[in-house]
Design a protein around this ligand. Structure first.
Ligand code: KG4
Ligand code: ZN
Length: 329
């Protein structure tokens, strides 16, 4: 069984011989009201949901708790209080049932979401992991052998989507709203500067500032500027962010010579990114893997998949293990 509580989704999954038997996610809608994930509220909501979520995951897998061989949990990175909840819960289960305990890295688990459904991608592969907390290019040599070859120096791309969404007047998280409105807009209408970073790294704070000043200047002339141009603004912003991601992915392919490409993380839901990546993969002759949406956003099935491989190699921990909000990759 795997438990995921790194941010604002409480999730549990059951895996048996590498196949997901059940997986459940209870999203926490409380954060929308505050315009972002509130750590204390996330911890409290995890506490309320963890037992019902685990109970249902066990039920849906048609097993009993005593059938479990091991319990896995997300050790980090994430919000400390949220991670602590999952860590303590998993430790209690391991202690009570006398079973093995497995600590999983959330970011590695995101990449392994590509190995839940067949056909599995071939190794080595480059995984572009894009979420609200991270933007990474990961060289995946094997299920447990991965290396970050590019990362953001400031905001994650999902965070940029959400902050820009807020500027445009959308509720949190703004990413899906930008996506929706971008479909009806003209991506060439406005142009925003994309920050160039060395090597395979990213930066998304510049575009946020550029859009902020652009909107402010235009609103001085026309208070209704955002309302009148919302769709074109969304399309132009989205196109800039997607272009920044794909430029670096292309560079990573040139540098490594690897043409097996995978996508992971919540921003993989973005239709502009998916479409542009699919076109690029065809054009460049890449083999592309995109997990189904439920495995892109935070979930416990991906944690279970990582745990399955750690189980096979005997990568267990003891009850002294603690949550690590800044767990290195
Ligand atoms: O992986 P995830 O569920 O949680 C984290 O680990 O962060 O990713 C959440 C992020 C949010 O920033 C959200 O706005 C973004 O994924 N997202 C999207 C879309 N759907 C979710 N961003 C752009 N377009 C979407 N359709
Ligand atoms: Zn995540």
């Amino acid at each position: 069984m795997a438990i995921e509580t790194s941010c604002d989704d409480t999730a549990a999954a059951i895996i048996c011989n590498g196949k997901i038997k059940s997986h459940l996610v209870a999203a926490q809608s409380v954060h929308a009201y505050y315009g972002g994930a509130v750590p204390e509220l996330a911890s409290r909501a995890h506490q309320q949901r963890i037992i019902p979520v685990v109970r249902q995951a066990v039920q849906e897998a048609h097993i009993e708790l005593v059938d479990l061989d091991a319990v896995a949990f997300t050790q980090g990175p994430g919000l400390l209080g949220a991670l602590l909840l999952g860590t303590s819960f998993a430790k209690s289960v391991a202690f009570a049932l006398g079973i093995s305990l497995i600590a999983v890295n959330h970011m590695k688990a995101h990449a392994l979401a590509n190995f839940i459904d067949e056909p599995y991608p071939n190794f080595p592969l480059i995984c572009l992991t894009v979420s609200g907390g991270h933007t990474q290019l990961v060289l995946v040599k094997d299920h447990l052998d991965m290396e970050v070859i590019g990362t953001t120096h400031d905001d994650a791309v999902g965070e940029a989507f959400d902050k820009l969404g807020k500027l445009l007047g959308f509720p949190y998280p703004g990413g899906p709203f930008i996506d929706q409105h971008a479909k009806k807009g003209n991506a060439q209408r406005f142009s925003f500067p994309s920050t160039t970073m060395p090597q395979l790294d990213f930066s998304f704070s510049g575009i946020k500032t550029a859009v902020f000043y652009f909107i402010r200047e235009n609103q001085k002339k026309d208070a209704q500027f955002v309302v009148k141009h919302r769709e074109d603004l969304c399309a132009s912003i989205q196109a800039t962010l997607v272009d920044m991601l794909l430029k670096k992915l292309k560079k990573a392919v040139v540098q490594t010579g690897i043409k097996n490409i995978a996508l992971a993380g919540g921003v993989a839901a973005n239709s502009g990114l998916r479409g542009a990546l699919e076109d690029l993969a065809k054009q460049e002759n890449w083999k592309l893997s995109i997990p189904r949406m439920a495995y892109c956003t935070d979930n416990a099935a991906m944690v279970a998949m990582a745990a399955h491989h750690q189980y096979l190699t005997g990568d267990f921990c003891n009850l002294k293990v603690t949550a690590k909000p800044r767990l290195p990759f």
